[in-house]
Design a protein around this ligand. Structure first.
Ligand code: FE2
Length: 360
């Protein structure tokens, strides 16, 4: 079987994951967020997927879970057996396997950020929720948080996974979408302590100190059935990063469409230029000859992208391609990513041809 269908939906720093089986078309959404339901529905339809369950990786304090909306449509909620959430759900145990069509993900308990935190591991990736982030660890200053336990959970349950496992975090920082276990072993400064006790000493946070009124409001709604959830985001609360999060320094070249046209003419290998838009965008019109690799699925292609040669990356306007460039550079996959500023919009504005566009 090919790799899972994977869509990363980022909204205000929060990541939701749509994971689909390419054979049966069954799908789950991990950490669905209130206000994004329309986008999830559009993606499910676009990729021909049937939602069979939603998973909350833990009780969220910084945003509202959309699980109630899905429950109303008959889609079950799955959470750790350790949760205090009172919504109707099926609980998950450490070590059990969650089936998504012909896909299977191992449930890993990773308590610390919250007592009910879980990760899902399988098919070359681990959805870490709020435990391990790119370059940091989750906050450990909520009621029920335990910094030492968080550190030990991550070290024993996540950092022991195969080095090439893709790390898919619940929050994104520094414009990087994902990482690998190997990369976090090398670069994550939060993981350099002797043990959890040493980490907790250095972090020096008090349990419950982070429970602001906004956090309390989100928790109150997420812990109960909350039939009258607001249709937009909950109270604004800083996302769940550790104060130390972030390690990135980038050197991303950028060329505008006018120069990109010259590069395109000189390019001998089409795989040196990738288009990270979604397939439906690519099919509707593309720069001739470029190789499509959707941003969400970039991690499945790291081996073929590994190069010290320039790698040209484009999208619609230059934003997603910059995320791809930074992600690949931090991983060490591409030492010379080049962002195409302005993307295909800029390319077209310069009068360059595209292919595959519907006739007008
Ligand atoms: Fe969280």
């Amino acid at each position: 079987m090919s790799h899972p269908i994977l869509k990363i939906i980022s909204n205000e720093g929060c990541n939701s994951y749509l994971i689909g089986c390419p054979v049966t078309r069954a799908a789950i959404i991990v950490d669905p967020k209130v206000g994004q339901e329309g986008q999830y529905a559009a993606m499910l339809e676009r990729y021909g997927l049937e939602l069979t369950a939603v998973v909350d990786s833990h009780t969220h304090a910084d945003h509202l879970s959309a699980s109630t909306a899905f429950a109303g449509a008959g889609v079950p909620l799955l959470m750790s057996h350790a949760t205090q959430v009172k919504r109707k759900m099926r609980t998950l145990e450490h070590g059990e396997y969650l089936s998504v069509g012909e896909l299977s993900f191992e449930v890993l308990e990773v308590p610390g950020h919250t007592p009910d935190s879980i990760a899902l591991f399988g098919h070359g990736l681990v959805i870490t929720g709020d435990s391990l982030f790119v370059g940091g660890l989750a906050r450990a200053d909520f009621v029920g948080s335990d910094a030492a336990q968080l550190y030990d959970s991550v070290q024993t349950r996540l950092m022991s996974l195969p080095g090439d496992t893709l790390v898919m975090p619940g929050h994104g920082y520094n414009d990087i979408l994902f990482s690998t276990i190997d990369c976090e072993r090398r670069l994550n400064a939060a993981l350099t302590h002797a043990d959890g006790a040493a980490y907790a000493r250095d972090l020096d946070v008090t349990e419950g100190a982070g429970n602001s009124p906004g956090v309390e409001a989100n928790l109150l709604l997420n812990l109960h059935e909350a039939p009258d959830l607001p249709s937009s985001a909950g109270p604004a609360v800083a996302c769940c990063a550790s104060p130390a999060g972030g390690d990135a320094a980038f050197d991303i070249s950028e060329i505008a469409a006018v120069d990109a046209q010259k590069v395109h003419a000189a390019l001998s290998n089409p795989e040196q230029w990738i288009d990270v838009r979604d397939p439906f965008e690519y099919n509707a019109g593309r720069i001739p000859g470029v190789t499509p690799i959707p941003l969400s699925e970039l991690g499945f292609h790291l081996d073929r992208l590994k190069s010290d040669e320039p790698l040209y990356i484009s999208c619609r306007s230059g934003v997603r391609s910059m995320t791809a460039a930074k992600t690949l550079q931090r991983l060490g996959v591409s030492t010379q990513p080049v962002n195409i500023g302005g993307g295909i919009l800029g390319w077209q504005a310069m009068g360059n041809a595209i292919e595959g566009a519907p006739a007008t």
